[in-house]
Design a protein around this ligand. Structure first.
Ligand code: AMP
Ligand code: MG
Length: 442
């Protein structure tokens, strides 16, 4: 436990990652089957092994003539080889005739090589006249033949567990006729908005109230990250309400994101309630701005009343063999910008590991140049939001116009990156190199 000391961001990252128990293909409860059509964006839970070779059979890479190399190896325009055409082989057709000495088969791209032939003469190097073909130049032996299993041999690992399935993997799975895909389930992440001043966007706003934007922003970030948000709504700033809400969330989620109530104000109860629920607190504050108060804790999965489940009852609930089911708790700061920056910088990495993605768990860091002066107090790693563009071979960061207060969420709109002023530096001058964290799909 780090007490109340201010952790360096990289140390906090390492501590957080150590707290995460990732999904594994060995635990049936972490795996589900999805159809090929629904597999994009999911993570493979087990290795995929195909019983098909790729290519499935020797085939032609070009339109032309399937020949015996020995018949054409010394031909030229002056001394052409004249061969008898015994068959037409379009793609999808099973050749019926063997190519004998002095013979050829007309063949089209992707079509199966006929027995007897070992080489393709492309049609540009041949002249056809009825059932005869004149070969005008000597090809290389086995030219334009794609050999069976040259790309992949049946029985090998086609795609490894932990692979993120994107369009390219969908193509591979489809070609291998894998139509039911074992993937890790999406992590369930409960979202709690703490604050008695909060009101839902659906309710009329009374004087002094603040609209709960974090619930919606965090749900959207979780969707982007491939997780399943469980929106638990607004929780009043009372110890009783908070305890009940956290216990309820812990009974149904793999991870909990709360916002608000983690600083040192009179109504900041999160750390106290976590302690009462038997949680281990690993992080309390990190040297970042915005986002200094950040509580990261692990607590055991509990039932609705807040009682921690016994080991036996936990085990019977799952087919796995692990002894406890830690729920990872992120107490994010309440300010909308701080909550999002903390998500991008820390919670996102934990989600990657939890989801079953293998190491390294990484953020989209890039190095670029800033168009504007970037200022910081110098004490904490400072994140400034804006847009990054690739211009003339380099990334250029433009600071969002308007106030960079963590309470201002309006100028977050349109941003796709955070520029970082490192600890110990008070300014990154315009034109200087700067580390940039890309966010969203920016
Ligand atoms: P706290 O960390 O609870 O002191 O909250 C810091 C600031 O963020 C306060 O001004 C809160 O009103 C605001 N805030 C807290 N939670 C939310 C939320 N869910 N949506 C929008 N603003 C919030
Ligand atoms: Mg609050």
């Amino acid at each position: 436990m780090s007490g109340s000391s201010l952790l360096q961001p990289d140390d906090a990252e390492a501590i957080i990652l150590r707290c995460v128990q990732p999904f594994t293909g060995q635990k049936a409860a972490d795996v589900e089957q999805v159809s090929l059509e629904k597999a994009c964006g999911r993570i493979l839970a087990t290795d995929i092994v195909s019983q098909l070779d790729f290519p499935h059979w020797d085939n032609s890479a070009m339109d032309g003539y399937a020949v015996r190399f020995e018949d054409v190896q010394s031909c030229s325009a002056e001394a052409p080889a004249v061969l008898e055409i015994v068959e037409e082989i379009p793609a999808g057709y099973q050749p019926q005739r063997e190519v004998g000495i002095g013979q050829a088969s007309r063949i089209l791209t992707g079509a199966v090589m006929p027995a007897g032939a070992d080489t393709i003469v492309i049609q540009e190097e041949a002249q056809r006249d009825g059932d005869r073909v004149t070969i005008l130049s000597s090809p290389k032996s086995e030219a334009f033949v794609r050999h069976r299993a040259a790309f992949y041999e049946a029985g090998q690992t086609l795609l490894a567990a932990g692979t993120m399935i994107s369009a390219t993997e969908v193509a591979v799975l489809a070609a291998a006729q894998c139509v039911q895909i074992p993937v890790f389930r999406r992590p369930k992440v409960a979202i709690l908005s703490t604050g008695s001043e909060l009101v839902s966007p659906h309710q009329p706003l009374q004087p002094g109230q603040i609209v709960d934007s974090n619930q919606y922003a965090l749900a959207a970030l979780l969707e982007e990250a491939g997780a399943e948000p469980i929106c638990c709504g607004i929780v009043e700033d009372t110890p009783e309400a908070l305890k009940k809400a956290i216990a309820h969330a812990a009974s149904q989620a793999d991870m909990i994101l709360s916002s608000g109530g983690v600083s040192v104000g009179d109504y900041d109860y999160v750390d106290r309630i976590l302690a009462e629920l038997g949680a281990t607190i690993h992080v309390r504050s990190v040297a970042v701005k915005p986002g200094k108060p950040l509580t990261v804790a692990t607590l055991s999965r509990s039932d609705e009343t807040g009682a921690v489940l016994t080991q036996a009852s936990s085990e019977s609930e799952s087919s796995g063999s692990s002894k406890s089911f830690p729920v990872l708790y992120f107490g994010l700061p309440g300010n909308p910008v701080s909550a999002m920056v903390s998500f991008w910088r820390f919670a996102q990495l934990a989600l990657q590991k939890l989801s079953g993605i293998p190491e390294p768990w990484t953020l989209k860091w890039i190095q670029g140049r800033s168009r504007h002066d970037l200022r910081s107090g110098g004490q904490r790693e400072t994140y400034l939001w804006g847009t990054v563009q690739y211009i003339d071979g380099a990334y250029e960061f433009s600071l969002a116009t308007g106030g960079h207060s963590s309470g201002n969420l309006i100028n977050l709109s349109g941003m796709n990156a955070l520029a970082v002023v490192p600890i110990g530096k008070k300014q990154v001058a315009a034109g200087e190199s700067v580390r940039i964290l890309r966010v969203h799909h920016g």
